[in-house]
Each structure stands twice: as structure tokens, then as C-alpha cells.
Design a protein around this ligand. Sequence first.
Ligand code: NAD
Ligand code: UD1
Length: 335
Amino acid sequence: MSILITGGAGYIGSHTSVELLNAGYDIVIVDNFSNSKPEVLNRIKELTGKGFKFYEVDVLDKDALSQVFSENHIEAVIHFAGLKSVGESVAMPINYYYNNITGNLILAEVMAKHNVKKIVFSSSATVYGMNNISPLTEDLPLSTTNPYGSTKLMGEQIFQDIYVSDNEWSIALLRYFNPIGAHESGRIGEDPKGIPNNIMPYITQVAVGKREKLNVFGDDYDTHDGTGVRDYIHVVDLAKGHLKAVEKIMGTKGVKIYNLGTGIGYSVLDLVKNFEEATGVKVPYVITKRRPGDIAACFSDPTKALKELNWKTEKTLKDMCKDSWKWQSNNPKGY
Ligand code: NAD
Ligand code: UD1
């Protein structure tokens, strides 16, 4: 019995693969390397001392995906594969809807054909939109402001509708807050292509001397220091949340929705300060104008995941900074 991990060569998928292998699960990874590199697979093996099957397959390739199910005894799927850049999604909405939505549909169709009806789906805090006040609970009204976010909201809807049509399905929709950090070994981490959009890879690239300074997007928000507040979560804590979600869907049917966050909001300047303290490396920054589409504060209420999954985060913001830095400084060019 194996867990199929789509997008397992990516940032969150690789960390989750390590945690699953360490916990004794057999895994099969599918990835098309559209946003990752093959080297990550060697690192996963090196960190765990365990082997696994890998298929360079696009989730949109129905026949190839079906072959993966025919050749393996898949019990459940964790579906990470998807495109994830907000800005890119605004410029290329067709690509985003095509990859993320069609990917969900083809995967679900192939799963049903092979009678595999357990799935964990990567959603995002972006589905809470611009109008809710943090801390965010799972029952709030949802909305989105960009095509990427819409693919996540539609993805949630697709899996809810599948359950309505067939109550044999067991589905976990996980809404991630802001994953940062890396495995404490410094061997796997986030490896963005080009100029990072997200803050932590930008900070580490400034720290390593690849970029001159951080642009802090606005200091006039209604927050404790005027800069944007987010719920940063260590990627290893997030990966462990997936193990709990897998355990949950093994034992129940239905659709479960969980926030995966710490419940704590830190500002951009808090993050810079903690990074400097944790690493001893200065991060020069300038205040620039707000980034369109950003909100002042976004952080989770993670109570439901604690109650129903018995999961909570363990790592601090300093751990996140230290581990991001170890990854970046040991791998200045990524994989
Ligand atoms: P990532 O880009 O590092 O990983 C995604 C992986 O999926 C990549 O390895 C990519 O090559 C692969 N992939 C994409 N489309 C594919 C396809 N059609 N077929 C096969 N493989 C494909 O991203 P990540 O940060 O690890 O995110 C994983 C998931 O979590 C994504 O669905 C993302 O939208 C979601 N998410 C991420 C964040 C975040 O901040 N990183 C926040 C919320 C939600
Ligand atoms: C972004 C996405 C969100 C996605 C999330 C995780 C946008 C508008 N939102 O969220 O949909 O789910 O990533 O992938 O892109 N910041 C700076 N300077 C920078 C980069 C960021 O000051 O160079 C600030 C931002 O204004 C924000 C905070 O840092 O206050 C975090 O930004 P980021 O890492 O991009 O995440 P989100 O905006 O929360």
C-alpha cells in the first residue's frame, strides 16, 4: 500500500515525502518538473535512507497517470501538483486554470476508475479573500482576487461536489498559511525560479548577496508596525500536518477542512529582525509602496486542526529563519 504524492518534487511535497518515509509509509511520487529539479529526489533518499518509485508524469496525461495507478497499490493521494504564483496567474490565467483545474479533474477521474477515493488537497489561505478579519476560521465566507486563488477555491468546490456524488470519498482540504523554512539538514528547501515573489526566499537571497536589498511593501497598514502581518509556518510542521490528515482520511469518510498555520501573526519587520538575530546576517531593506492585492493581516485560527487532527506547530519563527538560511547558504544556487 502506497501514498501517491503528486508534485512530490516541489517545496512542500519534498518535505512531506521525507516525513512520510520516516514514518514508515511507502510512497510513489509523480512530478513533471515544471517547477522543480530531479536532484531533490536524491536528497529525499539521502535524508531518509529509503527508496521510492518516481514517475516523470504530467498529471494532465490521463493515460500515463492511470498507468501509475495500475502499477502500484495506491491507497490515498496527496495532491500538491499545481502552479502557485499569484502574479504569473494574472498574466497567464489560461495556463493556471488549465493546469490546476484540469489536473484536479483528471486526477479525480483516474482515482475513481481505480477505486482510490482518499485525497488530501493543497488549498491556501488565499481562499479567505480580502474581507475577513483574522484570526481566520474554516467556516468564514470565501472569495478570491486572482486566478491562482480561484483555482484553489474551485478545487475545493470540485472535491466537495465529488463527495456529494459519491459518499465513499474521504477528502481533506488543507488551507496552508505562509510556509517558509527548510529541512533542518539544509539538504532540501525552497528553490524558486527567477526573482522570488514570496518574502523568505527574497530575504535569504539578499542575505547571501544575490540581491541588494529587500523591498518592504508598505509601512502604512493598520498593524503593530505598519508592515504586513502573516502567519508563517515551518514547512516541516506543515509536512507533519499532512501525516495527520492522511491518518484522518484513512479512518473516516466525508470532506474535512483544516487551516494549517501557527495562529500567530508576524510583520515583515518582525521577520527581518528575527532573521538577523537567528543568523547573525544583516538584511538591508527599503520601504516601498504597497503591493497591489496585499492585505494588512492574515493569520489562522488553528484550533480545529488541534482538536480533530491532534496537530499543532512546534517550530518558532527563529527556527524557520535559521533553517531557511542553512538551506540557502549551503545551496546558494539551489539544487
Ligand atoms: P512547488 O511549485 O514547489 O511544487 C509543486 C510541484 O508540482 C512542482 O514540483 C511542479 O513541478 C509540480 N507540478 C505542477 N504542475 C504539475 C503537473 N501538471 N503534473 C505534475 N507535476 C506538476 O509548490 P509548493 O510550494 O510545494 O506548493 C505545493 C502546493 O501547495 C501547490 O498546489 C500550491 O498551490 C499549494 N500552496 C502553496 C503555498 C506556498 O506558499 N508554497 C501556499 C498555499 C498553497
Ligand atoms: C502570497 C500570495 C498568496 C499565496 C501565498 C503563498 C500574493 C498577493 N499573495 O501571499 O496568494 O497563497 O503567497 O504562496 O501574492 N513582502 C515584502 N517584500 C517582498 C515580498 C513580500 O514586503 O519582497 C511582504 C508582503 O507585502 C506580505 C508579506 O511580505 O505582507 C508576505 O508576502 P508573501 O511571502 O508574498 O506572501 P503573501 O502575500 O501572504
